[in-house]
Design a protein around this ligand. Structure first.
Ligand code: ANZ
Ligand code: ZN
Length: 921
């Protein structure tokens, strides 16, 4: 009998698949009427190496792609690199390498790793966003968007590092300080390039309704981000200030969604950088201090939501619009966002959480003006808790008795009549600032001329390529493009005079906003993609990626398809949606290792047998050491090496698995106590490298394991036991196929008569039902359930021992079906089995199995057996079986019989086809 050797088998099949060119997507003509399926995983950033955590995402997409291909689809499953971005520049500064070299080296390494996984990817379509052949088209799109009014310039606040003299990305600001200089970051206003995302606000929102194959939570996040609020804007007159007076603005404009609560107003609040707040700060030190404090707390909405509410009385008063004799104080408050509405609001503590908290702190009046239905005005109180829902207006003069919706309309009508304001729609969605003061990004194709202003680069001059000869060092931070001696100097395309190039580059989110369209025609030199090709492939039928991109990347892509459509690049999809179906996968999590327990136990290299295909069980050694030390047995071993593949150091031997070369150079072990289970990441030191793992166990084991233990939308914990299970499964499948030793029957063969009864029939039924359920499971992303079915099938195959013709037939057929069902997950093993079983051609392109409806039909039912109300087992009985038979089967069930030992059965109740209840004592 031969042992399954993944080190030989896996590369062999990858080479054959590549030679046969089966992963290449066909043109519409070649496809000859086949339906198309575009399957895409969010493309990776080439950060270095791939760990097994990353592999889950690609494996999921690959299962779908392979499944679709077997089902007769013309599949497009491409891969590329989101290759611009800050880490390359950081590496340049820290390691003194060029961002370009660093990036392309990483791409090469990661491409090799992905290939090891055996992904069915059309590598002929590979793209890297940092290639001029890619960003040249992006620059053309930028110019088209500009002509269309979707690009404009605007003064924007940026983070400024006063020591390094450079703009910082948000992620480079740590606790309000520059990440390298440590200097407190300042806000500066700079002219920035913007994308007019808000032009499509309404459409981006309503179209979410049609995205019925997206997770609800993502749709909700998108809607909230776009954030449409219907309400009113109106102005309060400031007491003692006249129009055109010398003391500044005489009015304060606010935005509200609840004008019906105006009679419950008890203050007006302004944002920290509202002009009136800034003006007050000039003379009032308390206000100045407030501003500093508010701005140090972080400016994201989440930060503000969390922060304690505080403010300062600005000493101004305003008149109530409905009653000029009623005056309200004006405060500055930290919970008022400067970027939303007018940066000012009126506070109604009785009916808003934040206003309530604020009023409670500063002892401002809390007046109830909305009565919940069914409450009594005499007893209802909002002193302790605001009431934020709709109800009936009261304490509200002319609004009294109106329901909230009617009261809103009535209040707006009154504001309009008074000339104070009007109904408006307010969006949370902002335009997208795309300028980055960075080198490693797509240059913005614009030229600054003293005479002509900002002019577009003529399309014939594209690409505006990044210069290679740039310097990075700590002494000269800031944008290398800016200080390059020649690059930015050019002639104005309009007047021919002296001019300079734009040195800002595009946010890398721009690169990823249209790459899925480029994949449809990746080699096109004259345009981003051919309209017809894009129309054929788009939208992406299945997109797979992390939920961390649920808002920005997906929204920007949705903006882009609309822009591309309106600029004539895309003819379809008619509705502008790039991704028809979206799946957000869970992460791979793994134990982290924290406390080191020093001990001197020495792991002698000679302890390990080199031929042992299963690595030594390190954790149990660790456990015994841990126990001897009186520590928790849930410990891990960190192994120290003299040198491993050139690098000496330590590696956490996940669950003790060792590479062969590591076994040889192993010096000593140290015991770590395991910490929390967290997402695999370099910084947590809990990653398992993909290539190392594949060398040890093979790609199929990794692919199988990451999908097996939990539903794909949830996290899966990487454990030694799980790996062992997957590894054992591979061996078991192979052993069964190998032992079978003959060609399996084909789906078209006629089975021998006796295969229609007894155990062989049961196996045949199980196999055909497995086809049905696995098909349905993959179709619905229940990958783990499909895997469980395959385990079931293997168990059943192993159980059928007979050597008669019928058993051999049933076994052969079941093994063939098994090979087909596992093929999307474990393509190498499946292919090897297929060949051994005499399958025709490559399994990877063989049609998906079809269940025989008669065999798959369920003519038996599963009945749980309860003893005294507790489930003790279950039986499989023919549908509608006689009560006596069922009763006998139930009592004979091994664990039931065991449980009943020494007891007297008082009663057996059989509910036909449902359940068996046994009463005993
Ligand atoms: C008075 C009022 C009374 C409000 C009440 C709510 C409840 P959404 O739904 O998110 O659009 N607001 C207005 N501008 C703001 C800003 N710049 N920063 C923080 N909050 C602001 O929220 C609209 C409501 O948020 C507005 O309606 C306003 O408070 C507040 F019982 O006005 B409301
Ligand atoms: Zn000019």
């Amino acid at each position: 009998m031969s042992r399954y050797n993944h080190r030989e088998v896996e590369p062999k099949w990858r080479a054959r698949w590549a030679a046969a060119g089966i992963d290449r997507a066909l043109s519409p003509e070649e496809a000859n009427g086949k339906p198309k399926a575009y399957v895409l995983e969010m493309f990776p950033y080439p950060s270095g190496r791939i760990h097994v955590g990353h592999s889950r995402n690609y494996t999921m997409g690959d299962v779908v792609a392979r499944f679709r291909r077997s089902n007769g689809y013309n599949v497009l499953h491409p891969m590329g690199w989101d290759a611009f971005g800050l880490p390359a520049e950081n590496a340049a500064i820290e390691k003194n390498v060029h961002p370009k070299g660093w990036t392309y080296d990483n791409i090469d390494a990661m491409r090799e790793q992905l290939k090891l996984l055996g992904l069915a990817i059309d590598w002929s379509r590979e793209i890297a966003t940092c290639d001029a052949s890619y960003y040249k088209h992006q620059q053309a799109i930028f110019l088209a968007f500009w002509r269309k009014g979707l690009v404009y310039r605007k003064k924007q606040k940026v983070n400024w590092d006063p020591v390094d003299n450079t703009v910082l990305a948000n992620e480079q600001v740590v606790d309000g300080k520059g990440w390298r200089s440590g200097a407190p970051v300042e806000t500066r206003e700079l002219e920035q390039w913007m994308f007019r995302v808000t032009a499509y606000a309404e459409d981006l929102l309503t179209a979410i309704g049609g995205l019925d194959k997206w997770p609800d939570k993502v749709r909700l996040m998108q809607s909230n981000w776009i954030g449409k609020s219907q309400g009113a804007r109106f102005k309060f007159d400031i007491v003692d200030r006249e129009p055109g007076g010398t003391s500044g603005e005489h009015q304060i404009e606010v935005f509200t969604t609840r004008p019906d609560t105006l009679f419950g107003a008890s203050f007006v609040a302004l944002a920290a950088d509202h002009p009136l707040t800034k003006q007050a700060a000039i003379e009032n030190a308390d206000v100045a201090e407030f501003i500093t404090r508010a701005q140090s707390l972080g400016t994201s909405e989440a930060d503000i939501e969390k922060a304690e509410k505080f403010g300062v009385d600005l000493g101004l008063r305003v008149k109530h619009p409905f009653d000029p004799s009623w005056e309200l104080p004006v405060w500055a408050a930290n919970f008022v966002l400067s970027q939303y509405g007018t940066g000012a609001l009126f506070g109604c503590p009785g009916h808003d959480e934040r206003d309530h908290a604020f009023a409670s702190t500063y002892k401002l009046p809390i007046i109830p003006v909305v009565l919940p239905n069914g409450e009594d005005a005499a007893t209802f109180s909002v002193a302790d808790k605001p009431y934020t829902d709709d109800g009936v207006a009261y304490n509200s003069r002319f609004l009294d008795g109106l329901g909230s919706r009617a009261a809103i309309a009535r209040a707006v009508e009154e504001l309009v009549k008074l000339g104070a304001g009007e109904a408006t729609t307010q969006w949370r969605l902002r335009d997208w600032g795309v300028s980055r003061q960075r080198y490693w990004g797509c240059p913005i194709p614009a030229i600054h001329c003293e005479k002509c202003g900002v002019v577009p680069v003529p399309e014939s001059d594209l690409p505006i390529a990044l210069p290679d000869d740039v310097t990075f060092d700590r002494e000269h931070p800031g944008n290398p493009l800016d200080r390059h001696p020649t690059w930015k100097h050019t002639a104005c395309p309009t007047c021919g005079g002296k001019a300079t190039r734009e040195t800002d580059t595009l946010d890398t989110f721009v690169d990823s906003s249209w790459y899925f369209a480029r994949f449809t025609d990746p080699k096109n030199e004259t345009s981003p993609f051919d309209q017809k090709k894009a129309a054929y492939w788009l939208p992406v039928d299945q997109y797979v990626g992390g939920v961390e991109h649920a808002v920005l990347h997906l929204l920007y892509s949705r903006f882009f398809t609309r822009g591309l459509r309106d600029c004539g690049y895309l003819e379809g999809p008619a509705n502008g949606e790039p991704f028809a179906s979206l799946f957000t996968q869970g992460m791979v999590v793994h134990e982290t290792y924290r406390e080191v327990v020093p001990f001197t136990h020495n792991y002698a290299a000679t302890d390990f047998s080199k031929d042992d295909p299963l690595p030594p069980d390190e954790p149990s050694r660790a456990r015994s050491v841990a126990e001897a030390l009186g520590k928790s047995p849930h410990s891990a071993v960190v192994l120290e090496f003299d040198s491993v593949a050139g690098a000496s150091g330590t590696r956490v031997a996940m669950g003790g698995w060792l590479l062969p070369e590591e076994r040889e150079s192993l010096k000593a072990g140290r015991l770590y106590l395991t910490g929390d289970i967290e997402k695999m990441s370099k910084s947590k030191k809990n990653v398992v490298d993909l290539s190392e793992f594949i060398t040890d166990f093979g790609a199929d084991v990794a692919r199988w394991f990451v999908l097996s233990d939990s539903p794909p939308e949830r996290d899966v914990e990487w454990t030694a036991a799980g790996v062992k299970g997957a590894w054992g499964f591979v061996q078991r499948v192979w052993t069964l196929v190998d032992a079978h030793g003959k060609p399996a029957p084909k789906a078209t063969d006629t089975p021998p008569n006796r295969a229609a009864e007894g155990e062989s029939l049961a196996l045949r039924q199980l196999a055909h039902r497995a086809i049905q359920s696995v098909t349905d499971d993959i179709e619905h992303f229940r990958f783990n359930v499909a895997i469980a079915r395959c385990y079931e099938l293997v168990n059943a195959i192993a159980k059928l021992k007979g050597d008669d013709e019928a058993s051999i037939y049933a076994r052969g057929e079941a093994l063939r079906i098994l090979a087909q069902l596992i093929s999307p997950y474990m393509p190498h093993l499946a292919e090897e089995c297929w060949e051994t079983l005499g399958g025709e051609g490559l399994l990877a392109i063989a049609p998906w199995p079809v269940a025989d409806p008669q065999l798959a039909a369920r003519n038996s039912v599963t009945l749980p057996i309860q003893v005294n109300g507790k489930k003790r087992g279950e039986i499989e009985a023919p549908k509608g079986a006689p009560e006596a038979d069922v009763r006998e089967m139930a009592l004979k069930h091994p664990s039931v019989a065991q449980f009943l030992e020494g007891q007297t059965v008082r009663k057996v109740i059989v509910v036909a086809d449902r359940i068996v209840n046994i009463v005993a004592n």
